[in-house]
Design a binder for this molecule. Structure first.
Ligand SMILES: Cc1cc2nc3c(=O)[nH]c(=O)nc-3n(C[C@H](O)[C@H](O)[C@H](O)COP(=O)(O)OP(=O)(O)OC[C@H]3O[C@@H](n4cnc5c(N)ncnc54)[C@H](O)[C@@H]3O)c2cc1C
Length: 481
């Protein structure tokens, strides 16, 4: 592992024409578009700059340096949903599976109608999507997509379910055998910097500085907890769905903010096969089941040792033995579009957001059905045992065991996680109660925008990074106007 160099500290005062808070897909795209159009941009990021390749993906070191709270953060609700956020330069694009899904045009058109979003829809975003696919090297996995994907594809075919090897934000130019992830630190952030944008990592924005209807900057703290004042003419908040709502609410901007968090809850299971299924070197296997999208997606997850251990809680008696033959274990997921909405609140004197998410009965029923389909698929793909995500429940070894698994999930007893979070500052019309206008500008303020996953008025169901980038590109172009 390359040695860690001492990160640069921020001065106690920074000035900028345009302040972009958060460097994930939303912030990186915003900074790049504005800087390339000649604007003076300061991009601030709470986490560290950890280049691609500096950590082993999904290792403990990776999770410590790039994941908020080192991994899973709990939300509050009758059914515990833990969620994951990136906290590093590039945001969650640095830790995600890099799977690409283009926005679904019918979903975009529906949002335009339901939320009164002017100048929006499949046709409007098409040119942005085309640019992103080119600029971020969206590519198919070359050759065989790996053992896990092949097994799942064969299992799906035997059930008559359509599957697809999903494209990724990944570049294959012959210099690296396995290609290279095209996260924000490889794409839009270097472009923004080449165009003159300044990047300051290790700086956490606490709140915006407001004077009447204008923001004049923000108050932040550096790694040592020292206060840093940032002065800016325009502020664009891109901290991700949870943190953006937290920053705004801490700043006293609360109307319609943080009340409508949407997420795609998922259950993950470890499954044991007779022979090798796990190839960490290829990254997250790219196969997904198309048959039930966007309401429900089944697919493969990461199977490094650190991750496998997380999904073996249902097998306490033989966990060590299973891990000793980790290559026979894979991790798989079933993810659904939840109807429930959660909320984000700031708590006085507490640094973290308070996030509550209550899965409804219909959401749990859908998750139960998804668990049933996932187990059916895994058995059809040759799995010998599926470790139950319901603590204390025996492994699923045959079709007869599946109803108990489904019932356990429906009863809210399974471990549920979420990695796709959106909709805390939905964009749309005033009549629909949206706090941001059709281009992300906050109502009631003259110079504050949001431009990240928070703006999506609902969950897109699919892997969302492509949709977030396309919307951010459209909105940033509008800001230029
Ligand atoms: C484990 C995982 C796997 C995923 N897999 C996929 C996938 O395969 N395909 C896909 O399309 N999507 C995937 N996603 C989702 C996708 O990565 C996110 O939807 C996307 O990154 C959200 O972009 P964003 O700009 O809204 O926020 P983020 O990516 O969350 O970036 C926000 C950034 O702002 C910073 N920030 C927050 N608060 C502050 C503050 N107060 N001051 C300064 N900086 C701050 C954060 O540290 C972070 O770096 C995955 C997500 C996770 C967590």
């Amino acid at each position: 592992m390359p040695p860690r160099s001492a990160p640069a500290q921020a001065p106690s005062r920074l000035d900028a024409k345009v302040l972009v808070i958060g460097s994930g897909p939303g912030g990186a795209m915003t900074a790049c578009t504005l800087a390339e159009a000649g604007h003076e941009v300061l991009l601030v990021e709470e986490g560290d700059h950890v280049p691609v390749g500096a950590t082993e993906p999904y290792s403990l070191d990776d999770m410590e340096r790039k994941w908020r709270n080192g991994g899973l953060t709990p939300s509050f609700g009758p059914v515990k949903v833990t969620y994951v956020e990136g906290k590093c330069v590039g945001g969650a694009s640095e830790i995600n599976a890099a799977l690409y899904h283009p926005p679904v045009p019918s979903v975009l058109d529906q949002w335009a109608r339901d939320y009164g979003i002017a100048d929006f829809g499949g046709d409007v975003l098409a040119r942005h999507i085309e640019a992103i696919e080119r600029e971020a090297s969206v590519s198919p996995f070359p050759g065989s997509p790996g053992i896990a994907s092949e097994r799942l594809a064969a299992g799906a075919a035997s059930l008559g379910w359509k599957s697809v090897a999903v494209k990724r934000f990944w570049k294959y130019d012959g210099t690296e055998v396995l290609g290279r992830r095209q996260s924000m630190t490889e794409t839009y952030i270097p472009r923004a910097r080449a165009a003159g944008a300044r990047l300051q990592d290790g700086l956490k924005v606490k709140r915006l500085l407001l004077e009447g209807r204008r923001a004049v900057g923000a108050i932040a703290t550096d790694r040592d907890g020292r206060r840093v004042e940032i002065r800016a003419d325009r502020v664009i908040v891109c901290g991700g769905a949870v943190q953006t709502a937290l920053i705004l609410r801490r700043s006293g901007i609360t109307r319609g903010v943080g009340n409508t968090l949407s997420m795609n809850p998922m259950i993950r299971v470890a499954a044991e096969f007779d022979d090798c299924i796990n190839e960490p070197a290829i990254g997250v296997p790219v196969l997904q089941i198309e048959a039930f999208k966007p309401e429900m997606t089944l697919g493969c997850s990461n199977g490094t040792l650190a991750h496998l251990a997380l999904w073996l809680v249902g097998a306490p008696e033989n966990r060590e033995q299973l891990l000793a033959e980790w290559w026979r274990l894979g991790v798989f997921y079933a993810k659904v579009m939840a109807k429930a909405r959660g909320f984000v609140r700031n708590v006085p004197l507490v640094d973290e957001a308070f996030v509550s998410f209550r899965l409804g009965k219909s959401d749990l029923a859908l998750l139960g059905l998804a668990a049933e389909r996932l187990a059916t698929l895994l058995l059809a793909s040759g799995a010998r045992a599926i470790i139950s995500p319901v603590p204390g429940m025996p492994a699923v070894r045959s079709l007869n065991d599946i109803p108990a698994l489904r019932a356990g999930v429906e009863a809210g007893k399974a471990q549920v996680t979420a990695i796709h979070l959106h909709s805390t500052v939905p964009m749309g019309s005033e009549q629909k109660g949206c706090p941001a206008d059709a281009f992300g500008k906050l109502r009631g303020l003259e110079n504050v925008w949001v431009n990240d996953a928070s703006l999506l008025p609902d969950t897109p169901g699919i892997n969302p990074q492509g949709t977030i980038l396309a919307i951010a590109r459209r909105n940033a172009e509008r800001m230029l106007g």
